[in-house]
Write a protein that binds this ligand. Structure first.
Ligand SMILES: Nc1nc2c(ncn2[C@@H]2O[C@H](COP(=O)(O)OP(=O)(O)OP(=O)(O)O)[C@@H](O)[C@H]2O)c(=O)[nH]1
Ligand SMILES: [Zn+2]
Length: 189
């Protein structure tokens, strides 16, 4: 996967500053294009990370019931406006009969791999659940994401505090009883 082209971002940011009527040479802005380039490199680092590699190492601990990591904070970038949306992700799965459990931190890292890309929330939700299904081959998986979109808070419709909640459910977690167990654990505070 190619590296981020930092000089190209710098040139583009300089153009934006000129276009809005700013002076990119003034003291406070002189280093801004380079800073923004590094910030974008970080914000989009998930484009250069591979979920297959992350979930490549699994182990069997004989647990074939729900594993749920709740309240995983994330920051992503809305692909429509390139401003942040952020919130919490909840990720659960029921391991395959023959095991295939991953480290808990990997579930949180998986969210970041897909969050650190230009995104929409629905796609982030399905990408995380589908990566779990593909690489852990679990009996089922559920991902619930709640987020605030700055494109709806600080601009446009200007509704700070509005939360968007998306969910994606696969396999055995579609079963009403299992799904409601997972949802009650997710909603329990
Ligand atoms: N479904 C979905 N929509 C999103 C997401 N992030 C931003 N949007 C919406 O994308 C839409 C883009 O609408 P456009 O009419 O093309 O753009 P706009 O004129 O800037 O729209 P406003 O935000 O309403 O001012 C807006 O309604 C946003 O709220 C997301 O994660 N999922
Ligand atoms: Zn947006």
């Amino acid at each position: 996967m190619s590296e981020v082209d930092l000089p190209r971002i710098e040139a583009a940011v300089r153009e934006i500053l000129l276009a809005v009527g700013e002076d990119p040479e003034r003291d406070g802005l002189k280093e801004t294009p380079a800073r923004v380039a590094r910030a974008y490199e970080e914000a989009f680092k998930g484009l250069r990370q591979d979920p297959a590699e992350l979930l490549g190492t699994t182990f069997d601990i004989g647990h074939q019931e729900l594993v749920l990591v709740r309240d995983v904070p994330f920051y992503s970038m809305c692909e429509h406006h390139l401003v942040p949306f952020y919130g919490n992700a909840h990720i659960g799965y029921i391991p395959a009969a023959e095991g295939k459990v991953t480290g808990l931190s990997k579930l949180a890292r998986l969210v970041d791999i897909f969050a650190k890309r230009p995104q929409v929330q629905e796609q982030l939700t399905t990408q995380v659940v589908d990566a779990l299904m593909e690489h852990l081959e679990p009996q089922g998986a559920i991902v619930v994401i709640e987020a605030e979109h700055l494109c709806m808070s600080m601009r446009g419709v200007a509704k700070p505090g509005a939360k968007t909640i998306t969910s994606a459910v696969r396999g055995a977690l579609r079963n009403a009883a299992t799904r409601s167990e997972a949802m009650s654990l997710i909603l329990h505070s």
